[in-house]
Design a protein around this ligand. Structure first.
Ligand SMILES: NC(=O)c1ccc[n+]([C@@H]2O[C@H](COP(=O)([O-])OP(=O)(O)OC[C@H]3O[C@@H](n4cnc5c(N)ncnc54)[C@H](O)[C@@H]3O)[C@@H](O)[C@H]2O)c1
Ligand SMILES: [Zn+2]
Length: 382
């Protein structure tokens, strides 16, 4: 291991720009407000930043078995070398770890390592780590603070913002959880250079979603700079992470606990979740959401809410990011319909659908009928 690891180094950033905060997004939630700091190489300087932000604290670095190798061991050294006390807790990488048994195991290891109410959890990794470490922090000794250190694009633009934490049950995903806000988020865009393409695509699907539901400017930027986006050009990456966090922060600030506005974040997810589940989770989340967005854009077009041209722009952008804009035949109409009816977000038997109103705006309705869904899905077959 190098003496002074610099995580921004792999991200084509001038050395003098590494470890600088390029963007800050404030999430205004009253007593639970916090900042998201975005920049390349932030983790290289985290020891100094934490010594200043939370002096004298005992840190518990929670990470998965992959990220431990990529980043965790180096980060633990950086923290220790700057005078911070840190113990690292690792769990096996993957969604299969996102369950209560693993939380209990981590909690017991925390007790054994002497973690108390003054300790602070650092969640280093993707959405699985963020959801688990946030959940653990929210219930350990009735709640201790935590900091998000997201390392996947999905975690930087989505799961680390908004305060939803939790684990899965055999009966379904994310069925046990809490709302708990981090003290701060450090999104180091430099660490994403090791992300497999499939993981990058999962994040890009959510970024397209933000453009569709909120910002035609973000959407146009993705169209114009798609090459820089897929190559993680640092300035463009920082910009899309910032804009995505701003949008999610605005939505969450207005609706912290999912009664109203927050539902627009489900754009593409109602049909997307049905496709994901119908494939027994063989189709990755981002791909399923891409298919779900294309299908819901069809429903919207059939209702005259979006022009054929704008609907085609969505398909083209999805293709640019190497995401699918057609639904494979092995996912049949009946299973999509059945699973849409069983979506967790169904209330009083009515399915809330987020339709698009052009690019950058939405309408929520509960009157989308089965025929409309089948017609749209059929139009999305290859
Ligand atoms: N809380 C929320 O609001 C929210 C929102 C969206 C998704 N989620 C949750 O997020 C999870 C998915 O998150 P994810 O896609 O980040 O999955 P993940 O955490 O499993 O990460 C994906 C893979 O990438 C690896 N990885 C992480 N950082 C890396 C890096 N820099 N380089 C190389 N590999 C790296 C991980 O080890 C893992 O194998 C799901 O459990 C989902 O339910 C939560
Ligand atoms: Zn999603």
């Amino acid at each position: 291991m190098s003496a002074e690891p610099s995580f921004g180094a792999c991200s084509k950033v001038a050395p003098e720009d590494i470890s600088h905060v390029w963007e800050t997004v404030h999430v205004p939630l009253g007593d639970h407000s916090y900042d998201i700091l975005i920049g390349p190489g932030l983790l290289s300087d985290l020891g100094n930043m934490l010594s200043e932000f939370l002096p004298g604290r005992n840190f518990i670095l929670v990470t998965d078995s992959n990220v431990e190798d990529f980043l965790g061991l180096d980060l633990a050294n950086i923290l220790e070398n700057t005078g911070n006390r840190v113990s690292m807790l690792t769990f096996p990488a993957g969604e299969e770890s996102k369950r209560m048994e693993v939380i209990v195991d981590l909690a017991r290891r925390m007790v054994q390592s002497g973690a108390d109410r003054g300790s602070v959890i650092l969640a280093l990794g993707g959405g699985v780590t963020g959801d688990m470490a946030g959940f653990l922090a929210s219930i350990y000794m009735r709640g201790i603070p935590f900091i998000q250190l997201p390392t996947t694009l999905l975690a930087q633009v989505d799961s680390s913002v908004g305060g939803k934490t939790g684990v899965d049950l055999p009966e379904g995903k994310n069925l046990l959880g809490t709302f708990a806000q981090p003290l701060r988020v450090y999104a180091d865009i430099g660490v994403m250079c090791t992300l497999p393409a499939s993981e990058l695509r999962n994040g890009l699907a959510e970024v397209i979603k933000y453009g569709m539901i909120w910002s035609k400017d973000l959407f146009a930027m993705l169209e114009e700079k798609w090459w820089d986006v897929v190559n993680l050009e640092p300035h463009v990456t920082a910009e899309i992470v910032k804009q995505s966090c701003e949008i999610k922060a605005k939505v969450v600030a207005e609706d912290e606990r999912e009664g109203g506005l927050r539902r627009i974040l489900n754009f593409g997810h109602t049909i997307g979740h049905a496709i994901e589940a119908s494939s027994e989770y063989k189709i990755p989340h981002g791909e399923a959401v891409a298919m779900g967005m294309v299908a819901v854009a069809r429903i919207s077009e059939n209702r005259g809410l979006i022009s054929p041209d704008d609907r085609k722009r969505l398909s083209l952008l999805i293709e640019r990011f190497n995401l699918p804009d057609t639904i494979p035949d092995f996912i049949d109409d009946d299973s999509i319909l059945r699973l849409v009816q069983h979506d967790k977000k169904v209330r009083d038997g009515k399915v809330n659908f987020v339709l698009c109103k052009g690019i950058g705006s939405t309408v929520i309705t509960d009157d989308v009928n089965s025929e409309e869904i089948i017609r749209a899905v059929s139009a999305c077959r290859a």
